[in-house]
Design a protein around this ligand. Structure first.
Ligand SMILES: [Ca+2]
Ligand SMILES: [Ca+2]
Ligand SMILES: [Ca+2]
Ligand SMILES: [Ca+2]
Length: 232
């Protein structure tokens, strides 16, 4: 499994989730690519390309994603219907880095972050559920070429004891904690179904299928939360 120990940093000042990357923590740190193919053709750079940074504090994980997508597309107004066929950022997290099946349970999450801010994953009833209280987000599109979307998210890490009817509290984070993490983007520019699905981590195909993150947390990468130290 890919270990990304230096790819995140502690945010001394909380990140302002406004789609503007002027927060102090984003002025340094590592960019990570979203260049691993999962579904569809491999897009050209202007069709889709993306990169991201991670940071954290005691309350949450912070994500800055810089996405280039030539056509922003949101066809399905109902957030629980074919949400993966609209442009969306998919944030995979596994609070205790256990890996394993998470399709119809809360061992891990595959948050589909829609353009309108809705957050959806499959719940323990095997149906899509809205989990908007798990991720706060905002994006803005640059007015200058290549017109990146700057997408910021604050991701609360819920343990596997989470239930919709009894959510409990997100876990408090500390240095040295290990998480499962992966990021992907569903790109559709007007087709019936999504045209590309590109992610941050290489996934080994099973029977030719690399679209495994929504059900199996063992394909996520691992992130160890770092509090200062070399590389920042
Ligand atoms: Ca900001
Ligand atoms: Ca596109
Ligand atoms: Ca887990
Ligand atoms: Ca698109």
């Amino acid at each position: 499994m890919y270990v990304n120990a230096l790819g995140n940093q502690y945010a001394i000042t909380p990140v302002n989730i406004d789609g503007v990357a002027d927060d102090s923590v984003w002025q340094s740190g590592y960019w990570h690519a979203m260049d691993h193919h999962i579904i569809g053709d491999i897009p050209t750079k202007d069709d889709f390309s993306g990169r991201y940074k991670l940071a954290w504090n005691e309350d949450a994980l912070f994500l800055l994603a810089e996405i280039i997508d030539d056509v922003i597309y949101d066809r399905h107004p109902d957030p629980l219907v074919n949400y993966w066929d609209d442009d969306c950022l998919e944030i995979f997290v596994d609070e205790d880095a256990s890996g394993g099946n998470h399709l119809s349970n809360y061992n891990a999450f595959a948050y589909h972050l829609a353009l309108d801010g809705n957050v959806v994953d499959i719940g323990d009833n095997a149906q899509p559920v809205l989990l908007n209280e798990h991720v706060e987000s905002a994006w803005r599109r640059s007015t200058e070429p290549p017109y990146q979307l700057i997408w910021e998210a604050k991701i609360y890490l819920f343990p596997d004891t989470f239930r919709v009817e009894k959510p409990g509290e997100p876990v408090k984070l500390s240095g040295g904690k290990e998480l499962g993490f992966m990021l992907a983007y569903c790109d559709n520019d007007g087709s019936e179904t999504r045209e590309h699905f590109m992610g941050s981590h290489a996934i080994k195909a099973v029977n030719g299928d690399k679209n495994l993150g929504y059900k199996n947390a063992s394909v996520f990468g691992k992130v160890t939360l770092m509090k200062g130290g070399a590389g920042f």
